[in-house]
Ligand binder design. Sequence first.
Ligand SMILES: C[S@@+](CC[C@H](N)C(=O)[O-])C[C@H]1O[C@@H](n2cnc3c(N)ncnc32)[C@H](O)[C@@H]1O
Length: 286
Amino acid sequence: MTSGRNPTADDETENRSRQRDLYVDLLMGCLTRELFLTEETHDVDLSEWPGDTDMLRSVLKANRWRLMRTGGRHAARAEGHDWPPTAETMVGRQRLADVRWCIDQVMAEGVVGDFIETGVWRGGVTILMKGMLEAWGDTRRRVWVADSFRGLPVPNVEEYPADEGHDMSKVRTLQVSADEVRANFERYGLLDERVCFLEGWFADTLATAPIDRLAILRLDGDLYESTTDALIALYPKLSVGGYVLVDDYGAWEPCRKAVDDYRATHGITDEIVPVDWTGIHWRRSN
Ligand SMILES: C[S@@+](CC[C@H](N)C(=O)[O-])C[C@H]1O[C@@H](n2cnc3c(N)ncnc32)[C@H](O)[C@@H]1O
């Protein structure tokens, strides 16, 4: 202290809050790779190449080369518009900042319950959740990490017609194993017994998961089926004052319909707050 006086309780609180902010800022910059965008490499999409690419393609093929560009795009990463090559999350800074804001509210107000994301991909959002628990000094809440860890299901269009035409089940980039996600937690020093993996299809894992209460329920499973399975199993466990965050509400019609149908069926009228071009959240009021 340069003022020569002893630190007060207010000083201590301010210091703790600043330390927390610095750590969470850094964590978010790493998880999105925004801090390292200039070092990123991306495959060049030849369909965007001006002019004839036949010669280029044959040279690349003959030499088993790939054409890469360096540098990620700040706007895309801020808004979660690209699928990053190495980042642990694709949701982008704005939606990650929304996760942070909701967590800060429930921690500051003592809203009871664990945190969960259904649909974690490489785990980045759940890593942020656990990092924030550490930053708040919480030693009791758990972070639930729910995913098939082998990508999206083949749409069951007989039961969920809204998913027709949205078959992403063969998209390799979306297939990330539980071991890879565990390794990502370990990279940040955040893997312990309070990080709980729910491995399998949501329809098989969520309803029977040993979760008592939730304060944060984040849905990122894209499909009508995946969104509705998560809401039916988990919304009744959400504390009053807790938040539901939906990643795909704006961008994916099946997800939006699942949310709208669930809210209509259960008479939920809590205000939907837009986060960016696709993400939303609402706070449970009763
Ligand atoms: C768009 S990714 C999630 C992105 C992630 N939240 C992030 O931070 O980058 C969708 C994830 O949902 C999972 N998923 C979708 N539907 C599922 C289901 N019915 N059961 C289990 N996992 C599912 C996929 O395996 C995939 O990892």
